[in-house]
Write a protein that binds this ligand. Structure first.
Ligand code: RBV
Length: 418
């Protein structure tokens, strides 16, 4: 019998259909599952997970369980849980504590519940679970062989913990695998963020001035897709080389002070706090739409906006209209939380297929070798990226060329010139 706290168990049938749909688009992860059913690489493991409860995550959870592990799960964002998926997981025996719209206290309560079974492995997206182990449940860390981390923000936190000498067990930075950051962060964030903006607003993107803050992998993905829909895209940056890349990719680059006056739609993708603050709201056009796709909700300063507002109302799902004291309106999507997961369904299954294959393989690696690994942040082997990409290509019916023996000789021959 599983333990769970979810919104409504009656949603399980709808959740199961969603999961089936995702599964049909995740051939890499499901092929690993078939192998895992035979080899049971996670036998005896207790995996605590804190990651968005989506249909794709459910495919990962099923895979981890099929490989022999017990699982206890919570969501990693108050607004990203898909309640029907949570219900489906609960009814198939997964311990899960997650519902859409939980408070901050409930968020940490859910994490604490997942730790009750004393995990041997932790799986994070944003490092809130690992941090909870280190902060409030230090005694549990002795029993943890290792952990994994899904996202840039979490890896950043963990590297800072390791640098401060505070990290107590080895963690694999799944985010840093090429088959994660070069696909999920770019194409996943690109499409799902636009999906979130569109579901929350249904506005015409063509012809709009679309401001993207940050030109890392995520920001680049959003900028490319916004341009694809016909927007005039402006990029803001703090890093000279990233800004220059945006310029050479054909985007306008300027400061947020300048962009704030021009933008119709804003998406922040920086991982940094206070990207859009009071003085930016002061200069925005009437009707500006503001959203964030970074991991935490600190990029748009809503306290500053509240201070300028005389009223607000939810005008559509995940879309709040703020009326400012001077009569202008600013629309905030998904309360400034990641718009792709809070207003839409997160990244498409096809990219999560590779991200979660990396997650699964990282857990298997820790189950096998974790006891010999010192505390620290580790990366997955680059050969694994090539293997996963090969499976992905094969399942799409695509073939690629191979070097001949003669070409390999040429490649390795430093004396061969003109
Ligand atoms: N993300 N997961 C999904 N559909 O399950 N969508 C996005 C999904 C992850 C993504 O890998 C990213 O690194 C993280 O969410 C940000 O919190």
């Amino acid at each position: 019998m599983s333990n769970f706290k979810i919104a409504d168990p009656k949603l399980a049938d709808a959740g199961r259909l969603k999961i089936e749909w995702a599964e049909s688009r995740m051939p890499v992860l499901t092929s690993l599952r078939e192998q895992g059913k035979k080899d049971l690489p996670l036998k005896g493991m207790r995996v605590a997970g804190c990651l968005h409860v989506t249909k794709e995550t459910a495919v990962l959870v099923r895979t981890i369980r099929a490989a022999g592990a017990e699982v206890s799960w919570s969501g990693c964002n108050p607004l990203s849980t898909q309640d029907d998926v949570a219900a489906a997981l609960a009814t198939e025996g997964t311990s899960i504590y997650a519902w859409h719209g939980l408070s901050r206290d409930e968020f940490y309560w859910c994490i604490d519940k997942t730790l009750e079974f004393k995990p041997t492995l932790t799986l994070d997206d944003g490092a809130d679970l690992i941090f909870s182990v280190h902060d409030r449940h230090k005694e549990l860390s002795k029993g943890v062989i290792g952990g994994t981390e899904e996202t840039t923000t979490g890896v950043h936190r963990l590297r800072a913990m390791a640098k401060a000498g505070k990290l107590l067990y080895p963690v694999i930075a799944v985010n840093d695998s090429e088959t994660k950051w070069d696909f999920d962060n770019v194409y996943g964030t690109g499409q799902s963020s636009l999906d979130g903006v569109l579901r929350a607003t249904s506005v015409l993107v063509a012809g709009k001035t679309f401001v993207v803050a940050g030109y890392g992998h995520c920001g680049r993905g959003v900028a490319i897709r916004a341009r694809g829909l016909g927007a005039n895209v402006i990029v803001t940056e703090i890093k000279p080389t990233a800004a220059l890349k945006a310029v050479l990719d054909g985007f306008r680059v300027m400061t947020m002070d300048q962009a704030a006056k021009l933008g119709d739609i804003f998406v922040t993708a920086t991982g940094m706090k206070d990207i859009i603050v009071g003085r930016h709201f002061d200069s925005m056009k009437d009707g500006a739409i503001v959203s964030n796709t970074g991991h935490y909700d600190c990029e748009i300063n809503l306290v500053d906006l509240e201070a300028r507002a005389k009223g607000k109302r939810e005008i559509r799902h995940a879309n709040e209209e703020y009326t400012l004291k001077d009569g202008r309106h600013v629309y905030v999507l998904a309360q400034g939380r990641l718009v792709n997961l809070a207003a839409a369904e997160g990244h498409p299954s096809e990219v999560m297929d590779m991200s979660f294959a990396n997650q699964y393989l990282a857990l298997c690696k820790l189950a096998k070798d974790g006891k010999e690994m010192k505390p620290g942040v580790y990366e997955l082997p680059p050969e694994q990226d090539q293997e996963l990409a090969s499976i992905k290509l094969r399942t799409q019916g695509l073939s690629i060329d191979e070097l001949t023996a003669d070409q390999i000789k040429y490649r390795d021959d430093y004396a061969a010139g003109t």
